[in-house]
Design a protein around this ligand. Structure first.
Ligand SMILES: Cc1ncc(COP(=O)(O)O)c(C=O)c1O
Length: 350
């Protein structure tokens, strides 16, 4: 029987000789300032506000023009924010449009909320506006992710503005998963905004705090905010208060922290792109985040053999709606990237 492959085979796997191009987990250190919070941990054993710590919400609202701290809900990572908002809008069913390739959790989350995922294709990882306009017609929401996991592509500002305009006009909810918005190599971020926009973000990637599980949802739609709080009251209740304090401190660190990180990510991007190109592999150049999605022959065999024979973890493109490809996360130091590339070259027999 053919071996079944799924992401849980690789999540948390590593160490020893293994080179993992698997999980999207930044390896750079979080801001050192956040550790100071641990000395005051004695204040943090009580239940917290369901909506999230006020100081953190106030700090976030300064980053979004025209927002108020009460428009934010602090969640257990972007994952919980996505789950809660989809369940809130899921009442009565309907369709949610996703652009392919997509983050692998989107279809299961959409279905779990009683909604139906439908798809718009992309051209070289860029949304095809003609196809988008056709598919969006009978949808309740569009879930956009720019920069994208798994392509690393960003959507053009003109495309974003058009999507903003169409969804506003037709009162379609625009869920914007912006967990990589601080990791763009090519231009400044364009912040999607408007009454129809639900912004999702996280401290996992920008501040390398994946395990602390702090994310957030921001919306000007008071009923969405209220309904999400109501649901969270009966599910996870508050997000970890100590982790929220650390996240608050992260919002106060000098912007050099992000600039330094971005420089390192860009160097790694260039290194891995050169290596893959030298092997003759076809891929879209990542413009943000830290993923690249090359085409390979027989991707299932590649993922299995790379792991079993070469101790290299890669993810199967099919998990992201990208058949014929494998995903590599380059959240690794340069030496490991070089070693991993060497082993991929051996696998390819080049
Ligand atoms: C596009 C995207 N959204 C959401 C998440 C989940 O992030 P969090 O750790 O904040 O739950 C990830 C994690 O890889 C992601 O890539």
């Amino acid at each position: 029987m053919e071996k079944e492959l799924n992401p849980s085979m690789f999540i948390g796997v590593g160490g020893g000789e293994i080179i993992s191009f698997g999980a999207g987990q930044p390896d750079l250190p979080p801001p050192k300032e956040i550790y100071d919070v641990l000395h005051n941990a004695h204040n943090n054993f009580r239940y917290g506000l369901i909506q999230g710590n006020e100081n953190l919400r106030a700090a976030l609202s300064k980053q979004y023009p025209g927002s108020d701290k009460d428009d934010f809900i602090i969640t257990n990572g972007a994952s919980e924010a996505l789950d809660l908002v989809l369940r809130v809008i899921g009442k009565g069913g309907g369709k949610v449009l996703l652009h392919k390739p997509y983050y692998y959790s989107y279809p299961p989350l959409v279905r779990a909320a009683g909604l139906e995922p439908v798809y718009t294709e992309t051209i070289n990882g860029k949304i095809d506006l003609a196809d988008f306009k056709e598919k969006i017609k009978d949808c309740k929401a569009f879930l956009i992710n720019s920069p994208s996991n798994p392509t690393g592509r960003i959507q053009d500002v003109e495309t974003l503005k058009e999507i903003e305009r169409i969804t506003k006009e037709r009162e379609i909810i625009l869920i914007s998963d912006e967990v990589y918005k601080d990791m763009i190599y090519e231009r400044e971020n364009y912040l999607l905004s408007g009454p129809q926009v639900v912004t999702i973000n996280s401290f996992s990637k920008t501040f390398a705090m994946c395990g602390f599980r702090v994310g957030y949802l921001y919306s000007n739609d008071k009923s969405i905010v209220k309904n999400v709080i109501d649901l969270k009251t009966h599910t996870s209740m508050n997000t970890n208060t100590l982790a929220q304090e650390m996240a608050y401190v992260a919002t106060t660190v000098p912007k050099e922290y992000l600039e330094k990180g971005l420089k390192i990510w860009k160097e790694r991007r260039d290194l891995i792109c050169k290596g893959l190109k030298d092997m003759g592999l076809d891929f879209w150049k990542p413009e943000g985040a830290f993923y690249v999605l090359p085409k390979v022959d027989n991707p299932k065999k590649a993922v299995l053999e790379l792991f079993e024979k070469h101790k290299v973890i890669t993810y199967l493109g099919d998990w992201f709606g990208a058949p014929g490809r494998i995903r590599l996360s380059y959240a690794l130091d340069k030496e490991k990237i070089e070693e991993g590339l060497k082993r991929i070259k051996e696998y390819l027999g080049k």
